[in-house]
Structures are given as C-alpha cells and as structure tokens.
Design a protein around this ligand. Structure first.
Ligand code: ADP
Ligand code: TRP
Length: 324
C-alpha cells in the first residue's frame, strides 16, 4: 500500500526542541522512505490561543524556516499553509456533523481547562472542537502515517474514530491513519514540564549560540553539590542530552552522574552536544531568513500543488453526503 505521511505544527510562538525531536526530525527521516509527504503550517489552529496577528504572522515565517533549515526538500514533498487550502475548513464542518460531542468532552486540552471550571470559562469553541479540525487536516489527504509527539496520540485516536464513523455512515471514503510516535515521553522544557510554546519553557531551535547556552543554563535541577552522586533518571538535563548523543556518550554521561558531576559541568556537556547538532540548522536558518520572499514563494508553490488534490477529494465527499 502507498505510504503517505503528514504532519503539522501550530503557528504560535517560536519553534523549539520539542517540535524538532517530536515532529520535524522523525518526519524528515520517514519522508525518505515514503512515497508522499505532506508538511503544513497549522495557522487556523493558532488563532484558538493567539489573538495577536503579528505573532501568528511571524510564527508562520519561523516555523516554515524551521522546516526548511532542518532539511525539508520542497521539490519532493507538499509544503503548505493550512489556510491556503479552504477545503480543509469545509471538511472540518462535515466531520463536525459525524462527531459525537461526548468524544470532544474527553479531549485532554479541553478537560485541562474545564477542571474546577463548571462554566467553561476561557474555553472557545475552537479549542473544544480542535481535534475535528486536526482530523480534517489528516483525512483530507488520506494520510496513512502521522509522525507526532506523544501529546498528540489522543487526537490521532479521535481522528481514527471520526474516519471510521464517516465510513460507516457514508461508505468507505477515508484511509484510517496511524500515529508514529518516536519517544514515549515528551521532551522536557527548562522547568521539567513538557516543552511547549504555551508554557514559556522552551529551548528555541533557531537561535544563536549565546541564547542556546543561556536557555540550557536555566534548566531546573535539584540542589545536590558537585561530588555527590546524582540520579540520571528523571533529570531534565539527562533527558535532553539523550536526544543529541550517541549510545556510547549516553553511557559515559551516566557514569558522570554516578561520579558526582556538577550541574554546571553537566549543562556544559549538554550545551556542547546540542550546539554541535544544531550548528548546521542554525547556519542554514541565518542564510535562508535573509532571502526575501523565500518562505512565501515556497508556500505559494505548495498551495498550487496541494489545492487540486483537495478540490478533487472534497467533490467526492460532497457527493457521498448528497451535496454535489
Ligand atoms: P506546542 O506544544 O509548543 O504548541 P505544537 O502543539 O505546535 O507545540 O506541536 C507541534 C508538534 O511538535 C506536535 O507533533 C507535537 O506533538 C510536537 N511536540 C511539541 N512539543 C513537544 C515535546 N515537548 N516533546 C515531543 N514532541 C513535542
Ligand atoms: N494539533 C497539533 C499540535 O498542536 C498540530 C496539528 C494540527 C497537527 N493539525 C495536525 C499535527 C495534523 C499532525 C497532523 O501539536
């Protein structure tokens, strides 16, 4: 069977190491083995939380540059902005009408805000039904594999439920997609919670060496003194290090912990590895961001390639539901 991968990143804030290790890097690796790959900027998702147009616009630019600097080949993939493909919103409505409200009640993002909040204060309808928009993103292109971080697993399960429901009512239409999750645990942020644009705890992917070092030095640790053996499990510095290091380096770092490495030295080791890995991405980013219109040109070429596929499939869907 054809293997079609698809993933998106919400265009709020700055791309960070969680996005890179959770979505960008595994997607680019999978793309090499897949027949088709779709990478997009989820800009309609961002307005659920962000009401600042400048932030959305600059995030679109930076997230696009994150993909391009990390090695995305736009000639051999579909790279586009969600908002350029209007049919996605049309499909989202159709899917709303086959989705049980109870399914959305169970979505983590909604449940977290709903806790101790019987009036649903601060919950807009975009947040409540956002897994349906995400399903439309995925089902519109009949993707088979969706590389995402572990926080998105529930949304993929919901997408499968929604697709099965539609297929059951209207006949076989959608492929049932699978999540591809690289790490069981999310990449931790500097405060130890999941690294996220929403928590202000990120280590940016695209920054100069000084900013990278400053962010790494801010990682929260315990107060054990140098010389005191330290536990590498449940340690934010260690959890980040393993993403950059070889098996041998990871074993050596474990020994350093057992031998009482100081937190300053541990963070410096993390910085050196991270800096080495991120250097080529950073250099490409500094070069690409100087090229005026580069991002817009890539995205408008992408929209031209993707729109015909969406137009053709939405006609099939409309005729299935009796609107043609
Ligand atoms: P954020 O939580 O910062 O808003 P997004 O929700 O836009 O990030 O996530 C885009 C992609 O990056 C998704 O596949 C998501 O699972 C992945 N991702 C985000 N944060 C992390 C993390 N800390 N660890 C692993 N993957 C992550
Ligand atoms: N909801 C995802 C997130 O916030 C981003 C996203 C939107 C996405 N649509 C998608 C990811 C489709 C994968 C496939 O992380």
């Amino acid at each position: 069977m054809k293997n079609r991968i698809l993933t998106g990143i919400t265009t709020s804030g700055t791309p960070h190491l969680g996005n890179y290790f959770g979505a960008i890097k595994p997607s680019l690796e999978l793309a090499k083995k897949s027949s088709d790959s779709f990478f997009f900027l989820a800009d309609y998702h961002s307005i659920i939380k962000v009401n600042n147009p400048q932030e959305v616009t600059s995030s679109i630019e930076n997230i696009a540059l994150a993909w391009l600097s990390s090695g995305l080949d736009t000639k051999n993939s579909y790279f586009y902005k969600q908002s350029d493909i209007r049919e996605i919103l049309e499909l989202s409505w159709v899917l709303h009408c086959v989705t049980a409200k109870g399914l959305m009640n169970r979505a983590h993002a909604y449940k977290a805000l709903k806790e101790n909040n019987s009036d649903d204060k601060g919950v807009n309808m975009g947040l409540f039904s956002y897994p349906i928009l995400m399903s439309a993103d995925i089902l519109m292109f009949n993707s088979t594999h969706v590389p995402v971080g572990p926080d998105q697993l529930q949304h993929l399960e919901m997408t499968r439920d929604i697709a099965l429901r539609f297929n059951h009512i209207f006949g076989d239409t959608f492929e049932i997609p699978e999540a591809v999750i690289n790490n069981d645990d999310p990449i931790p942020g500097i405060d130890g919670r999941k690294m996220s644009k929403s928590y202000n705890n990120v280590i940016p992917l695209l920054c100069d060496e000084k900013t990278l070092k400053k962010s790494i030095m801010k990682i929260v640790t315990n107060s054990l003194e140098p010389g005191v053996p330290k536990d590498h499990t449940n340690c934010n510095v260690f959890s980040l290090y393993i993403n950059f290091a070889s098996d041998k380096e990871i074993e050596e770092f474990k020994d350093d912990y057992a031998n009482g490495i100081s937190w300053g030295d541990a963070k410096n080791k993390l910085f050196d590895k991270a800096n080495e890995t991120l250097l080529p991405i950073r250099e490409k980013y500094f070069d690409l961001r100087e090229q005026k219109d580069l991002v817009n040109d890539h995205l408008s070429d992408g929209a031209k390639k993707v729109r015909p596929l969406a137009r053709e499939f939405i006609e099939v869907i409309r005729s299935k539901i009796g609107i043609s």
